[in-house]
Ligand binder design. Structure first.
Ligand code: HH2
Length: 286
C-alpha cells in the first residue's frame, strides 16, 4: 500500500482501505456521460445516487478533458458547477466533494461553496492555482499529464513511461510543496489516458506499484477509458467489465483511490481486490 492517510473534508482516508471517487461531469461533451447531468436537478440527483452507491468522494467537473476537447470559458465552467455545489451544500450533503479543475478562479469559488479538495489534471502547473490550494489548506490530486488535452496526444513519447511518470510526478509534488502545499495533503495520479497511448496506459497500470516510492496515496482513473476500447473493441458505454478489471489491477498495484463512473460495481470489485491484497499473497507487493 502506498502512502499515508489523508484528510478530505474532515474525514480520514487511510490505507489499507480503498476509496471510491464517483465522477459527476457537468458537461455537454464528456467522452462517456456528456450532457446527462448539465441541469442542476439532474446533477444533484446523480450526486445522491453516487452517494447511495457508496462513493467516498464525489468529483465534480465542468470541463471535459478528453483528447482534443475545446477550452471552455471560465464563466461557463463556473455556471455549470456552482449551482450544483450550492444545492448540495444547502442540503448538507455528507460526502466530501472535489472540484475537477485547472483554474484558480473556479477552484476558489468551488472551495467557497463547500468543495473540500481540488483535483487538477495538470498537476498544479498553474502557480495561481497552487497558491489557492496552499492558501485554502485543502488536499489536492496532482495528476500526470504532458501539455494540455488539446495537444497531449503528440506528447506521448517516452523511453520508460513508468520511470518518467514517476519522475514528473515527483517534480510536480516538489513544486507544489515549494508553493506552500503541505505534503500530507497531496494525492498522486499517473493520469491513465493523458499523454499516454493505450499501450502506455496499460504499462502504467501493470507497474503501478513502482509509484509507491513517492510516498503518497495514489489515485487511478481508468473508468471507461479508451485503452479498454483499444483492447476489447467496446464503445465507451459498454466498458464496465473492462473498468472493473482495471480497478482490480489498480488496487492490487497499491491504489488508495479509484475514480469511476459506476460506483456500486467498482466498490464491489475494489473490496474483493482489497481482500486479495490483504491476503498476503504476491498480489500488490511492490
Ligand atoms: N480522468 C478524467 C478527468 N479527470 N482526474 C484524475 N485525477 N484522474 C483521471 O484519470 C481523470 C481525471 C477523464 O475522465 P472523464 O471525467 O470521465 O471524462 P471527461 O474529461 O471527458 O469529462
Amino acid at each position: 500500500m502506498t502512502g499515508q492517510a489523508i484528510r478530505i473534508g474532515g474525514r480520514e482516508f487511510a490505507p489499507p482501505g480503498v476509496f471510491i471517487v464517483g465522477v459527476l461531469n457537468v458537461t455537454p461533451d464528456s467522452f462517456s456521460d456528456g450532457g446527462r447531468y448539465l441541469e442542476p436537478d439532474a446533477g444533484v440527483e446523480h450526486a445522491l445516487r453516487l452517494a447511495a452507491e457508496g462513493a467516498d468522494v464525489i468529483d465534480v467537473g465542468g470541463e471535459s478533458t478528453r483528447p482534443g476537447a475545446p477550452e471552455v470559458p471560465v464563466e461557463e465552467e463556473l455556471r455549470r458547477v456552482l449551482p450544483i455545489l450550492e444545492r448540495l451544500a444547502r442540503a448538507g450533503f455528507p460526502v466530501p466533494i472535489s472540484i475537477d479543475t485547472s483554474r484558480a478562479s473556479v477552484a476558489r469559488a468551488a472551495l467557497d461553496t463547500g468543495a473540500a479538495m481540488v483535483n487538477d489534471v495538470r498537476g498544479l502547473a498553474d502557480p495561481e492555482l497552487a497558491a489557492v490550494v496552499a492558501g485554502a489548506g485543502v488536499p489536492v490530486v496532482l495528476m500526470h499529464m504532458r501539455g494540455t488535452p488539446r495537444d497531449m496526444r503528440e506528447r506521448a513519447v517516452y523511453g520508460d513511461v513508468v520511470a518518467e511518470v514517476r519522475t514528473e510526478l515527483g517534480e510536480a509534488m516538489a513544486c507544489a510543496i515549494r508553493a506552500g502545499v503541505r505534503e500530507d495533503r497531496i494525492v498522486l495520479d499517473p493520469g491513465i489516458g493523458f499523454a499516454k497511448t493505450a499501450e502506455q496506459s496499460v504499462t502504467v497500470l501493470a507497474r503501478l506499484s513502482e509509484l509507491a516510492g513517492l510516498g503518497r496515496p495514489i489515485l487511478v482513473g481508468p473508468s471507461r477509458k479508451s485503452f479498454i476500447g483499444a483492447i476489447t473493441g467496446a464503445p465507451a458505454e459498454e466498458r464496465l467489465a473492462g473498468t472493473l478489471a482495471a480497478v482490480t489491477a489498480a488496487v492490487l498495484g497499491g491504489a488508495t483511490f479509484v475514480r469511476v463512473h459506476d460506483v456500486g460495481a467498482a466498490r464491489q470489485a475494489a473490496r474483493v481486490a482489497t481482500a486479495l491484497r490483504a491476503s498476503g499473497g504476491s498480489a500488490g507487493k511492490p
